[in-house]
Write a protein that binds this ligand. Structure first.
Ligand code: UD1
Length: 417
């Protein structure tokens, strides 16, 4: 088990460069199986999920080369093989092979995907979408066998604008005859990133980033090139760290349009920062104000920044309320936050009360999920004394080179296996 140890309460200065977005990269790699032969994806983050996706790509006989944060993928010998459970459960994003392989071969066999345990996370919207395109979906003991002699473009309405389902149906629709229209699609930047890659391969897609996306199926796709957008969640996490501990901390690779709701909330709690181009400079804010945050689909406040933001609110002057509307079980980090000295109470199924400001102190904690782990990591940086975060593998699933980046700006942090 991986453990991160932090001696807290040090001001941080210098520069942190944001890596490519986890949630884009994990969709772009499966999407690469659609290209004719070769594709290149630039700005790949160094995270554990990517290592497992590469294993799946190699299982499917893709040749992969990783150089200077770029992934060179040759899928000219691509074979359609069943994806075993030990690989698919390593992450949520393995489900993108469903849409991609269905479009390419008309058949996919794989186990239910994994991911953080933050709620039920069914994939019924994906399945219904595949069925509406004409696929047959059999589920045998957690194993999905999805087949289609022919996929036919349809108008599909999503009951909820799911990020995963939007991308998965976009991938499947590339192999359908005619036009697929997704109504009530998710609008997250990751969808635009994947759509740009597919457009680069020659697929006609209109409306990615809006509620209505149109995809025209294409017989043969070209080679594809794309660059992963910078990670808005990683960026938000370091901005929070800067608001708590920065001393002219500079964060490079900020796309402020991807973080509007988050930046508005930061202003509300009194955090000041300066943005020039893609560079944000931030210093520790005294006298933070309490606030109310409610997680929503993009462009609302992102659920993936809810847990990191909760740690910020433990330092605000008064009572804040956090309402989580996307997942049913995303307050698990508060158990250990309280053990570090925070006062948070779950006041109803999806509402948390945070009382501050509280002095945090180091202790032994356990990261239960990726962003919950990030919330504890921020708390550990703020706390007096030493914090040991067990099960830190989950943090490495989503934060590229986190130890090096924090060490470089002055954090006392180490990792042990
Ligand atoms: C993606 C992100 C995750 C982020 C989430 C919301 C990846 C790999 N993960 O997850 O970091 O927290 O978007 O921004 O990109 N739902 C259903 N049925 C479905 C699909 C989803 O009920 O078929 C529900 C989920 O249980 C959840 C909500 O819809 O409560 C949002 O899920 P979705 O947008 O699909 O998130 P993911 O793609 O799993």
């Amino acid at each position: 088990m991986t453990k991160i140890t932090i001696e807290g309460n040090n001001l941080l200065s210098g520069e942190i460069k944001i890596s490519g977005a986890k949630n884009s990269a994990v969709a772009l790699i499966p999407a690469a199986v659609l290209s004719k032969e070769k594709s290149v994806i630039y700005n790949i983050p160094e995270i554990r999920d990517i290592e497992y996706l590469i294993k799946i790509m190699e299982l499917l006989d893709c040749k992969i080369e990783y150089k200077n944060n770029a992934l060179y993928i040759d899928s000219s010998n691509l074979k359609n093989k069943a994806i075993p459970e030990e690989l698919s459960v390593q992450m949520r994003a393995s489900y993108y092979f469903m849409g991609a392989l269905l479009a390419k071969f008309g058949r996919v066999e794989m186990s239910f995907p994994g991911g953080c345990n933050i709620g039920a996370r069914p994939i019924d919207i994906h399945v219904k979408g595949f069925q509406q395109l004409g696929a047959k979906v059999e589920i045998i003991k957690n194993r999905y066998i999805i087949t289609a002699d022919k996929l036919i473009g349809k108008k599909i309405y999503f009951d909820f604008p799911s990020v995963g389902a939007t991308i998965n149906i976009m991938l499947a629709a590339t192999g359908a005859e005619g036009t697929t229209i997704i109504e009530n699609a998710a609008m997250e930047p990751e969808i635009v990133n994947v759509a740009s890659f597919l457009i680069n391969m020659g697929v006609k897609i209109r409306g990615a980033g809006t509620k209505k996306i149109e995809i025209e199926g294409t017989k043969e796709l070209n080679n594809g090139v794309c660059e992963v957008f910078s990670d808005r969640i990683e960026c938000g996490t370091y901005i929070i760290i800067g608001a708590l501990l920065g001393k002219n901390l500079t964060i490079k690779g900020v796309i402020k349009e991807h973080l509007e709701a988050f930046l508005m909330k930061l202003k509300e709690v009194g955090v000041k920062y300066c943005i020039k181009g893609d560079t944000l400079t931030i210093s520790k804010t005294e006298n933070l104000k309490p606030t109310y945050i409610k997680t929503l689909v993009f462009p609302g406040f992102p659920t993936d920044l809810q847990q990191p933001f909760t740690t910020l609110l433990t330092q605000a002057n008064g009572k804040s309320i956090v309402e989580e509307t996307i997942y049913e079980n995303r307050f698990k980090n508060t158990y250990d936050l309280n053990r570090m000295g925070a006062i948070t109470n779950i006041i109803s199924l999806n509402k948390l009360e945070v009382n501050g400001p509280r002095k945090l102190h180091g202790t032994n904690v356990i990261a239960t999920d990726l962003r919950g782990g990030a919330s504890l990591l921020i708390a550990a940086l703020v706390a007096e004394g030493i914090t040991e975060i067990d099960n830190s593998d989950v943090i490495l699933r989503g934060y590229s080179e986190v130890i090096r980046k924090l060490e470089n700006v002055g954090a006392k942090i180490k990792i042990t296996e």
